[in-house]
Write a protein that binds this ligand. Sequence first.
Ligand code: GLN
Length: 518
Amino acid sequence: MSDFTHEKLLVIDFGGQYNQLVARRVRECHVYCEIYSYRTPIEQIRQMNPKGIILTGGPDSVYAEGAATCSPELFELGVPVLGLCYGAQLMMQVLGGEVTRAPEREYGKTEVLIDKPSSPLYTGIDSPTVCWMSHNDYIARAAEGFEITAHTRNCPVASAENPAKQLYAIQFHPEVLHTEHGFEMLQHFVLDVCGCSGDWRMDDFADRTIAALKNKIGDGKVLCALSGGVDSSVAAVLLSKAVGKNLTCVFVDHGLLRKNEGDLVEGVFGDNGIYDLNFIRVNAQERFYIKLAGVDEPERKRKIIGEEFIRVFEEEAKKIGRVDYLVQGTIYPDVVESGLGGESVTIKSHHNVGGLPDYVDFKEIIEPLRDLFKDEVRALGLHLGIPEKLIMRQPFPGPGLGIRIIGDITAEKVHMVQEADAIFREEMERAGINKEASQYYAALTNMRSVGVMGDERTYDYAIALRSVNTVDFMTADVTEIPYDVLKTVMTRIINEVEHVNRVFYDITSKPPATIEME
Ligand code: GLN
């Protein structure tokens, strides 16, 4: 829904690692913002009528040939501009300052000495202040009209400003948490310098979006594939509030969900649930198990699950008859990562962004969460009254337990891993470490080994437990689960889950391992 008339900030992306973080911080100031590539024509930027512009960091050197750049007009729009790292260097270079290779690169937490405490960005912040640096180049000479507002031991211009033109340059990264007062600095820019009112709120977003959806859809028929995951659930609830029974949600239980998950989803969205919509649960477990029988190659399993899912969904859609709109739970990081939003390299090519699925006839795809970050989607979900149980769940891959069972899948193995996983989750909650771990689960290794139980020889399966702590899911550490918790989990799994005679705890970080097992 990009029909916002709301005040907006633009984040111009030069390929920095923290670009999405910059946008998130702005949203945390309750100001709406969007990320655009540095290639975006200046005319388009002008037309968007932003209240302020932030230039991100980036891997290039501003003086190198072919480096990412921007039009000098960007600084003449009469709109406040804040350059961060590469953005700061670029601002200086474009406006006549000098950027060179730094004699000493700075990386990590660095003490910044504030030279101009009255700078609007430094209101209420004492010098020195710890900031996160990550640069090889530096601003050797600030452009004319700029005043140096801070320096470090190795960096003569850690920040500079031209208040008359509302231009601000910061060499460090206020958007990362390692910069102690970074959020305040950004807040000062967004609220004080740009003069934003900071009234972007989730309830407001919900009301506007529901009204816009009502308006657009009228009495059209809407179809949503509900996976039970956070994004599709929140999207479905927005639609149900907009069109009620004109929305049909199809929930395919592929038999690879966590224990009782199907019932949880049905309890919320089904006939006895809390929303006004048509809910169809398809119990397709058998179909999936038959298709998956004997298949042990992970990519092949993924493909079969994905294809079968679409087939089941398509059959249901045909039964419904007319469909005008299809709902998808695409969120902003999907859009950016697909290369449609910012500059960062295309990391994943999501089939659900941009491309239209061809398995049902419909007019248009609706993606009501396209502008939101994950934590905003969660906040919206809670605001809409979706139970916390559903909203705060851990990430769960689309192919579900299909990729947490190493090797071939059978109904019996699914049952084993569901039971073991439920025990693991119960004990993590009981021990109070569930909130601290980012993601944890039980998987079924395909390994069988000899054991002894009740004096009888067994030849049974091994369960692997995995739990990681991570901020961005790109790298991860293993959760240091107390030994007695692990022991309790092990004992319970062995006692309660048939055909399991060993329990392992995976202590491998990412890299070299991944978070999921297949
Ligand atoms: N590439 C530039 C430098 O090394 C900017 C780095 C950045 O934006 N983090 O100085």
